[in-house]
Design a protein around this ligand. Sequence first.
Ligand SMILES: C[S@@+](CC[C@H](N)C(=O)[O-])C[C@H]1O[C@@H](n2cnc3c(N)ncnc32)[C@H](O)[C@@H]1O
Length: 191
Amino acid sequence: MYAFKFIKEFIANPGDVGSIAPSSKQLASQVVESARVPQANVVVEFGPGTGAITEIIIPNLRPDAKFIAMEINADFVKVLRERFPSITVHEDSAANTPKYLKQLGAEHCDSIVSGLPWAFFNEGLQDALLDGAVDALRPGGMFATYTYITSYPMPSSVKFRNRLKARFSEVGVTHVIWANVPPAMVIWARK
Ligand SMILES: C[S@@+](CC[C@H](N)C(=O)[O-])C[C@H]1O[C@@H](n2cnc3c(N)ncnc32)[C@H](O)[C@@H]1O
């Protein structure tokens, strides 16, 4: 049911949605582990879509952790609020995360889980979103996103990783998660 909604939104807004299918449970679990969600006090998700990764974040949160999700697509926001009534979903760009952390009474977050389709964004938007992520994270905080095996060697993907290296103290890539369409790797970065 959510996969159908996802495809419909991909057809309507390919540049924002960026992939034809939601992430698999295996990919979602690796992103959550790489972002160190179970150790975090404050967690932010960028671009949850219909909630494939949100579904894995929620049971991994510490009981006292705070969690917000940033999603620009109004239809996805509706789905997320129906699926996960206990979480806070902001219908706004991930670039504005620092504003919502302040509302939460938190100066920084410890963990950012990103499902944003970086390959579809121009360099200016990538910079704005990554600068927002760095501002939002505490020193030592973790950022994790994923890239498809098909796009990993492409110059745009190499440039994206260089953008991360320019902003974070450490950047790494996991093994390939084959149980995803298409297979993907998680890219993680420590502030
Ligand atoms: C590839 S989908 C990922 C969905 C889900 N996280 C998953 O892994 O299946 C990308 C999502 O990012 C959202 N998005 C795109 N630009 C955004 C932005 N600037 N701020 C927040 N969400 C954004 C899209 O609406 C879409 O839901």
